[in-house]
Each structure stands twice: as C-alpha cells, then as structure tokens.
Design a protein around this ligand. Structure first.
Ligand code: CP
Length: 320
C-alpha cells in the first residue's frame, strides 16, 4: 500500500506486520536515548484540520525519534481560515515535497481525497466518523503487551466490549475492523440513537444494555460522546448516560478481576468512565495506550516511506 487510510484496506498479516514492527520502537522508546536515524533527511508534514493532543504529538515525536524533519500545520492558524480549499491545501503541501503527510480532518473521506492528489504516502490521523487506523493499531499492540503475548500473536478468542458513541466513532470503526481481523469476539454497546444501522454487518454483537454487554468481557473499551458530530440524535443527559452506559466504580467492581479497561482519550471523567477506574494502576491501560501510540506511529512512518527510500519490507501492492 502507498497510503494508510484505514484498517479496512489491511489484511490480517499486514496488521500483524505493523504491530510486530512497532515492538522494536516500543523498546527504543523505553531507553534514555530514544533515537534512530532511519528517516534522516525526510520531511514529514502533520496537517491537522481538527483538534488533537495524543495523535498530533505522538506523530511529531515518532517522526523526530526516527530522525525526520517534522512540521505541523494547524488549520486554525493556516490559510484554511481564509477559505483555501482542501484540494488547494493538499496541492500546496505536495509542492513542498513532503515525504509523508499525516492528516486529521473532521470530514469522513477527506484523507482519501488528499491521498489521491499528492505524490507521497498519506497517513490517516482520524477522518470524521470514518477511520482512525493508528488508534486501532496502538490499541491492539497495547492489548497484546498487557496480556504478555509474543510478537506475531493475534487476539484469537479475546472478548472485547466497546461502549459509547459507536455511531460517530472512527475509533470504534477502526477497532471493530482490526479486532475482528485479529480473531477477537467484539460486542458493541450504545444507546439506540448512537448505534449505526449497519452494525450487524460488521461481524460484532450489538447491545443497548451495558451490564449484559459486560458479561464475559476480557477487555472493556470506553468511548466518549462526540457532541461535535451529533446533529439532533436523542441521547440521555450526562447523568442518565453515566447511569446506563458509564463504567462506574460500582460496575467495575462487579467485573472479573482480570478485565482490562481502555479509553482512547480524551476522557470525560464522571460521564463514560469514573476516575477511579480510568486511573486504576493495574487494570487501566489508558497511559499504556499513549505509550504504544508513539511506537505504532514510528512503525507506520518507517514502513510507509520504505518504497521511496528503496527499502523492502512492505506488501508493495498499490492502492488503498
Ligand atoms: N485518541 C485520540 O485520537 O486523541 P487525540 O484526539 O487527542 O489525538
């Protein structure tokens, strides 16, 4: 593949390849001197048309730890504010001869639009409600490490419950694709208005009853309500939502002692997750997810730029 626009374009062995590649960077990042020079001389542009803390910073750190020159374009301070179109912005970035462009955008499909216009690899850092592929990859890597699984391992038979705003969540979509490809058994839980109509076709079990959806889970992934993407859907009030769908300390206390808790962030503490759960030292993987994020993004930047660098090791097929 030339680009990384979504997990939907990746085969199971390609997902595992990226996870395995990230292992070396996870190890490097735990050292004092976290530096390799594999991308020395390359220029990476992070073009973020929507807010981000984790994804933007971890892509920047990932590029710098691999020796690349990294520049960030924030839409709020760019000529997008003067009315420049997405295509014109893409052509402008392309003319600067970037070696990779990382895009976050509020519109589903915007990343593919840019990928079709530029000469270098494009990596999707989250587009609307569509996909957030590096989030799903970092989540799989985090689970694999938390369970002590060796490189090359998939997640066969692992029972994962994803709860929250499934309808608007690119994290849910990419994770459903990735987790099912790796053999996990996925249950998704949301209020009726926040469950996609096509969910049954995605190979997961839908539920509107969080307590039932938690039965038998090994991993619980909590998502926030994405108010910025809601247009008139009826959702419960924050208090009702916490009561029905929140991973409260009370619900957490009833789970089996091995159950692990994840959240991609940003968290709305006290709504979808209680602080005592989010900060649980042994069972919450939230900060380990962030750590995995840097390693995964290093792997993706390395692998996606290999063709241009004349380095073998990726599937090489065009498209996506
Ligand atoms: N998980 C995630 O994408 O976080 P940011 O929006 O802070 O990048």
């Amino acid at each position: 593949h030339r680009h990384l626009t979504g997990i939907a374009h990746l085969a199971r062995h390609e997902i595992l390849y990226l996870l395995d590649e990230a292992e070396q960077w996870l190890a490097l990042n735990r050292q004092r001197h976290k530096r390799a020079e594999v991308l020395s001389g390359l220029t990476i542009i992070n073009a973020f048309f929507e807010n981000s803390t984790r994804t933007l910073l971890s892509f920047e750190i990932a590029g710098k730890r691999l020796g690349a020159d990294v520049v960030n374009m924030h839409a709020a301070t760019s000529s997008v504010k003067k009315g420049e179109t997405l295509i014109d912005t893409a052509m402008t970035l392309n003319a600067m001869r970037a070696d990779a462009i990382v895009i976050r955008h509020a519109s589903s499909g915007a990343v593919q639009l840019i990928a079709d216009k530029v000469d270098c690899p494009v990596l999707n850092a989250g587009d609307g409600s569509h996909e957030h592929p590096t989030q799903a990859l970092l989540d799989a890597l985090t689970i694999r490490h938390a369970l002590g699984l060796a490189p090359g391992s998939d997640l066969n038979g692992l029972r994962v419950t994803i709860c929250g705003d499934i309808l608007h969540s690119r994290v849910a979509r990419s994770n459903i694709l990735s987790l099912t490809a790796l053999g996990a058994v996925v249950t998704v839980c949301a209020p009726p208005a926040l469950m996609p109509a096509e969910i049954a076709a995605m190979g997961v079990t839908p539920s509107h009853d969080f307590d039932a959806a938690l039965q038998g889970a090994d991993v619980v992934m909590m998502l926030r309500l994405q108010q910025e993407r809601m247009s008139g859907q009826f959702i419960p009030s924050p208090r009702e939502y916490r009561h029905l769908y929140g991973l409260t300390l009370d619900r957490f206390g009833k789970l089996a002692p091995h159950v692990l808790v994840m959240h991609p962030g940003p968290m709305n503490r006290g709504i979808e997750i209680d602080s005592q759960v989010a900060d649980h030292p042994a069972r919450s993987l939230v900060t380990r997810q962030v750590e995995s994020g840097v390693a995964i993004r290093m792997a993706c930047l390395d692998v996606l730029t290999r063709r241009a660098r004349g380095v073998p090791g990726w599937t090489g097929s065009e498209g996506a």
